[in-house]
Design a protein around this ligand. Sequence first.
Ligand SMILES: COc1ccc2c(n1)CCN(C(C)=O)[C@H]2C(=O)Nc1ccc(OCc2ccccc2OC)cc1
Length: 246
Amino acid sequence: YPHSLRNIDELCASIVRSHRETTQYRAEELQALRWKVLSREEIQAYQSKSVDDMWQHCAIRLTDAVQYVVEFAKHIPGFRMLSQNDQIALLKTGSMEVVLVRMCRYFNTENNTVFFDGKFAGVEVFKSLACGDLITAVFDFAHNMCALKLTEQQIALFSALVLINTERPCLEDRTRVQRVQRSVEFGLSHILHRDNQESLLHKLYQRMAVLRSLCSLHMEKLRWFSQRYPLTAHSLFPPLYKELFA
Ligand SMILES: COc1ccc2c(n1)CCN(C(C)=O)[C@H]2C(=O)Nc1ccc(OCc2ccccc2OC)cc1
């Protein structure tokens, strides 16, 4: 793996450090907000938004999350040694997947709510998006990820593995991506072995398959939305959201 790292511990440490520095909200902050749920009026307000308004509202917030994932990716040892095109290709398909992995940190399994606009919201809040199947799938995924009770270090290494994926379409230099992927795989199994939780590895690979279908559902909904509301999708969505997902 990359010459700059003498051993696997250094690799894991740099990925964990990068994860910590790019988490946008600290676990303690989210813990304090955990029981701040929306009032009936606040829920009504979201539910009476128009479809395009609510989509724009969500796209702006999720784009914040995606920005932090881009920062995280840049500090994965070996990622910056890939060509620009390969870095974009990995982020194009992988950044929303990492947002969804990280979403488990923002999920309260006791009342099935997710952090949204400073409070915790249930599925019913997103009704006006008109894509209940996507939201249900997002909530189910977050719930299942929480059930694995991953540590921050395990989330960090798993996020890196989700991102550095040689099966992504239109990669120029698959062998170089493979070298980085191998080192991250080695890092993840190294810390799972250290945590005496090797059984998690198989489950995490299963979650990766679910993630892929979840993200293609997101792309499908986004295509449907952009056809119905071309103006909003093309001029009101954050440029990064369009660049990566449109
Ligand atoms: C890394 O993990 C997280 C988790 C939560 C949040 C963040 N980061 C950033 C900060 N944030 C804020 C400021 O609200 C949170 C957020 O965006 N919450 C949120 C947004 C949209 C949701 O469902 C709609 C939806 C889901 C999937 C795909 C498309 C979608 O709609 C088009 C649900 C929750």
